[in-house]
Design a protein around this ligand. Structure first.
Ligand code: URA
Length: 205
């Protein structure tokens, strides 16, 4: 089946999901949005107030920052896939609970499998924790690409809301973003060659 159709079917399932209590308190679930064949995927934490109202990811202040950072590297939000670890808003914007993250995890993993992005950018520690070991600290590892078993690369970054509060983290986010085009180019090469050559080391590591 066509990826777009499968992704739409998945989004429809997410919109009616009742696997955790957030399914009862949400206004709208927020499955995510972007091209079905996106090369880059951004994964945030959970929808906030505006996202819950509109059913779309990153439409508030954090979303405006994300759009500004994407523009620095010549991209628009329509060029990338944007989603969250948890698809429904935790009441009062509290942190998502472990059980909510666990219940939502299969949705995220199905999205990744369908879209098959080359680069995943995690925004904030909850998203980072889906891919990096529990001891990883975002202040140390942000901006450092980590190759996953499936050959994809994950780049942990601060959450835009954190960068909006802290000018140092804003600077870090800008320089972390600036590396993305080169990393993407390397990953394109890697994928192109993966059937012909043995796995190559990325020069960024
Ligand atoms: N913060 C997130 O983590 N995700 C959103 O969609 C919006 C704000």
């Amino acid at each position: 089946m066509h990826t777009l159709r499968e992704l739409e079917q998945l989004a429809a399932q997410i919109r009616t999901c009742r696997k955790c209590p957030l399914g009862r308190s949400r206004t709208h679930a927020v499955p995510g949005e972007g091209p079905a064949n996106a090369e880059m995927m951004f994964i945030g934490e959970a929808p906030g107030y505006y996202e819950d109202q509109q059913g779309r990811p990153f439409v508030g202040a954090s979303g405006r920052l994300l759009e500004r950072l994407l523009a620095i590297i010549g991209l628009a939000r329509e060029d990338v896939y944007i989603t969250n670890v948890v698809k429904c808003r935790p009441p009062g914007n509290r942190d998502p609970l472990p059980a909510e993250i666990e219940a939502c995890r299969p949705w995220l993993h199905q999205q990744i499998a369908l879209i098959d992005p080359l680069v995943i950018v995690t925004l904030g520690r909850f998203s980072m924790a889906q891919f990096l070991p529990a001891h990883a600290r975002i202040t140390r590892v942000h901006g450092k690409p980590v190759v996953q078993q499936d050959g994809r690369v994950v780049v942990p970054m601060f959450h835009p809301a954190a960068a909006l509060r802290n000018p140092n983290w804003m600077q870090s986010m800008e320089s972390d973003f600036a590396q993305l085009p080169q990393l993407l180019e390397e990953m394109r090469h890697q994928r192109q060659n993966q059937n012909d050559d043995p796995p190559q080391q990325l020069s960024l590591f």
